[in-house]
Design a protein around this ligand. Structure first.
Ligand code: GAR
Length: 197
């Protein structure tokens, strides 16, 4: 049975593009929706260009009421009936109420080697700490931020003279390889982690 995948974005959506473009041929999943909390997210145009349905649920009118925002997300999801959700640069924190409803069916990519550097500004913090290695992690989403079982990791070296921007670029390249590899395996029902390169 083909698995239907909803992808949540907030920005440029390069991870979303790598996921959408991977779901062809004998892949066990297909994209059914790209959803953004920001109407101006560049990824929306890229999704439409690929023939994927898009939706916007602006978080701002729900300020201070996350459950109401999440009810609006779920209302849109009901129309598209996804089996899985992939968070791909979705910059809103989801509550236990939402995550609980999707437990075991929601993945996230984070630009650090979790459990190191949960939260924001991962690359600047890794450089400040003098790390010689950085990377990215795909994990199952649980109510705690950037926790949940690890489904894949990819490591890159930190180079002399790296800035948060140069490091982010190197990590992002690996994200585009790791996330599709993990999604494919996960959609096949295999939750063993993948370690790249
Ligand atoms: C990616 O680096 C992703 O790992 C990160 O945002 C970027 C989105 O880029 N996600 C987080 O920081 C989540 N906490 P993209 O829109 O080009 O995929």
């Amino acid at each position: 049975m083909t698995r239907r995948v909803a992808i949540f974005i907030s920005g440029g959506g390069s991870n979303m593009v790598s996921l959408v473009d991977s779901m062809t041929g004998d892949h066990p999943a297909r994209p059914c929706l790209v959803l953004s909390n920001a109407a101006d997210a560049g990824g929306l145009t890229k999704a439409r260009a690929r023939g994927v349905a898009t939706a916007v649920v602006d978080h701002r009118p729900f300020k201070g009421d996350r459950p109401a925002f999440e009810a609006a997300l779920n209302a849109v999801l009901r129309d598209h009936a996804p089996d899985l959700i992939c968070l791909a640069g979705f910059m809103r924190v989801l509550t236990e109420g939402f995550v609980g409803g999707w437990q075991g069916r929601i993945l996230n990519i984070h630009p650090s080697l979790l459990p190191k550097y949960r939260g924001l500004n991962t690359h600047a913090r890794a450089l400040e700490a003098g790390e010689r290695e950085a990377g990215c992690t795909v994990h199952e989403v649980t109510p705690e931020l950037d926790e949940g079982p690890i489904l894949g990791q990819s490591r890159v070296p930190v180079l002399d003279g790296d800035t948060p921007e140069t490091l982010a670029k190197r990590v992002l390249k690996q994200e585009h390889i790791l996330y599709p590899a993990v999604l494919r395996r996960f959609a096949e029902g295999d939750r063993r982690p993948i370690y790249l390169p």
